[in-house]
Write a protein that binds this ligand. Structure first.
Ligand code: FAD
Length: 281
């Protein structure tokens, strides 16, 4: 963890683009609440296959109008080079200088993978076509991506993204801090020195968390699953337990040298704010 501990810390929050005008108003109210915490930037996700790209950009511009930094995500799966170039140009034309570059997942019903196979090819493409216009973040998986053939293969994939020109990384969420420490140690052995910021998922609804975790390969440790299942519909107990567990995780990560935290807010301010305040960031 030596290289990471020496880096400046970045605290950021993530949104998904709203679907409706009411959702947009609500999101801007949530952004205003979270802005009080002074995150370094807000990031905005990009729906599978580009399904939300207009809304992603609109949301980024809406947040920027409030005086805060915002970074769109972009994913390359099911897209052509021309199409990705066009969107990167739109980002550039709108003064965007920071983005999260991903492969993404094939939307259901779409069979063609498009012209990019993996995120390293997207990072290479961005650097080739747009030079240093963008600060590029990529995804990292301390518990390994569900489609990776092996842990070693996944580390090699991560290294390719860094070698292609990624400036920093945000991890998939995890509740086992050791997975993150070991991941960082392996990266250090490969001379990877970019910031790798832990992604933090506050615990709201257990059924939703279990569904996400099954899909993305983030493990909910058995003891946590058992406790959360045991609370049934008792939202207050889930909230209290989740706040304790996630705050303790964040404290340990920061104490051991993590270069900041990135909160998956699910467009809600409450849990992220509570954890942030408990941490005294
Ligand atoms: P990659 O880095 O390309 O890796 C995907 C898989 O392919 C891995 O298993 C990897 O080991 C393997 N691989 C990579 N290169 C090779 C190779 N050359 N040969 C063989 N195998 C290889 N999804 C969205 O749709 N929209 C978002 O906005 C979004 N935001 C995200 C933000 C963060 C911080 C994270 C962690 C994830 C996000 N995702 C998002 C989810 C992400 O798109 C999925 O996890 C997706 O399945 C992988 O994307 P990636 O960029 O990590 O892919």
């Amino acid at each position: 963890m030596k290289t990471q501990a020496a880096l400046p810390r970045t605290f950021s929050v993530e949104f998904f683009p709203p679907n409706t005008p009411e959702g947009k108003d609500k999101l801007l109210a949530t952004a205003a609440q979270l802005a009080a915490l002074k995150p370094k930037f807000f990031s905005v996700t990009y729906g599978a296959g580009g399904s939300t790209r207009e809304r992603t950009l609109d949301t980024v511009l809406d947040i920027r109008k409030t005086g805060h930094a915002a970074a769109p995500h972009i994913s390359c799966v099911a897209s052509s080079r021309d199409n990705i170039r066009e969107w990167l140009q739109r980002y550039k034309d709108n003064g965007i200088k920071h983005l999260v570059a991903l492969r993404g997942d094939l939307p259901s019903g779409i069979a063609a993978a498009g012209e990019f196979r993996y995120a390293n090819e997207l990072v290479e493409f961005i650097r080739r076509e747009f030079g240093d216009t963008f600060h590029i973040e990529v995804a990292a998986y301390p518990e390994f991506h569900p489609q990776a053939k092996s842990a070693q293969d996944d580390l090699a994939s991560f290294r390719r993204k860094v070698e292609a020109g990624a400036d920093s990384a945000i991890t998939q969420y995890f509740y086992n801090a050791d997975a993150y420490y070991r991941f960082i140690d392996e990266c250090e052995k490969m001379n990877i020195a970019i910031p790798i910021v832990p992604g933090i998922m506050p615990i709201g609804r257990f059924s939703q968390l279990a569904r996400f975790s099954d899909a993305c390969g983030a493990e909910i440790p058995r003891w946590m699953r058992k406790r959360l299942e045991g609370f049934g519909d008792d939202a207050e107990s889930i909230r209290a337990f989740g706040l304790d567990v996630v705050t303790a995780l964040c404290e340990a990560l920061l104490k051991n040298g993590a270069p900041g935290l990135h909160f998956y807010t699910l467009n809600q301010a409450g849990l992220t704010t509570a954890i942030w305040q408990r941490l005294g960031i």
